[in-house]
Design a protein around this ligand. Structure first.
Ligand code: NAP
Length: 250
């Protein structure tokens, strides 16, 4: 990773923050992209405190123009992106599908799938030119069992689509040095998990609420650092078209 340029979306907190800190510790210069400037500054400070280099870029990546502007700023600052970690996502909306706002459902697909694909397509030309690149799409175990998380239709659909996108792109690029893989991070103690526990059980379903509450209470969640440490050794390899599942390593 030494002197590579890495872009981590959602690098302000949770799993994205841990991935960013660990990639920086391996010598990469890290661009952090999310909406909350204070959280991005916090991650940048963590990286700087350990002797690493980071830049922060505030943008809603669901908005294609803002995402493109942020990427242009990153490239101007560091040069082309060598490692892209598409980590930012939402688990909302949760609830019975008949009651969901279809626009909220579409917003989730826009962030979790379309923004990730747009960013990948934008960084690909330079990666192909330099004959080296790493794209990691952060998925979820829900993609393996889309029927296993009721009242999370947008999330299940988005992660299954993200994995199909990953595997198709990896196959297309198989004779290049650009790899494309997905990472299922396991159940991780983050703001996303806390948000699910904070939802009304009547809205999201008692079964789903109970499952997330008991995972937390039983202490079975990974820390973000533990999850990220399962990804880092994989990024260094030339493997492509893989679904790396934290559950296989824990
Ligand atoms: N936690 C788990 O147990 C778990 C399990 C399986 C998969 N995952 C996956 O792991 C990834 C990270 O999850 P997490 O638990 O760390 O979530 P999190 O704590 O909610 O963090 C999400 C990150 O994404 C950023 N983000 C959200 N919407 C954005 C937008 N429109 N534009 C730019 N940035 C945006 C957030 O920052 P801002 O809000 O400031 O923009 C934040 O930095 C996600 O892909 C998630 O699906 C998590």
């Amino acid at each position: 990773m030494t002197d590579r340029v890495a872009l981590v979306t959602g690098g302000g907190r949770g799993i994205g923050q841990a991935i960013a800190v660990q990639i920086a510790a391996e010598g990469a210069r890290v661009a952090l992209l999310a909406r909350s400037e204070d959280e991005l500054n916090h991650t940048a400070k963590l990286i700087a405190d350990h002797g690493g280099e980071a830049s922060i870029h505030v943008a809603d990546i669901s908005e294609a123009g803002r995402m493109a502007a942020a990427l242009a700023a990153i490239t101007a600052h560091w040069g082309p992106v060598d490692v892209l970690v598409n980590n930012a996502a939402t688990v909302a909306p949760l609830g019975a599908s008949a009651t969901l706002d279809p626009d909220e459902w579409a917003d989730a697909i826009t962030l979790n799938v379309i923004a990730a694909a747009r960013l990948s397509f934008a960084v690909l030309p330079a990666m192909l030119d330099q004959r080296w690149g790493r794209i990691v799409n952060v998925s979820s175990s829900i993609a393996a069992h889309p029927g296993g998380m009721l009242r999370a239709n947008a999330y299940a659909t988005s992660k299954a689509a993200l994995e199909a996108h990953t595997l198709n792109l990896a196959a297309e690029l198989s004779d290049t040095e650009v790899t494309v893989n997905a990472f299922r991070p396991g159940g991780v103690d983050t703001a996303m998990q806390a948000w699910i526990r904070d939802q009304n059980p009547e809205q999201i379903g008692a079964e789903l609420h109970q499952r997330f509450a008991s995972n937390y209470e039983q202490g079975t969640l990974l820390t973000a650092a533990q999850s990220a440490s399962l990804l880092l050794p994989q990024i260094a390899t030339s493997a492509t078209g893989q679904i790396w599942d934290a559950a296989d390593a824990t």
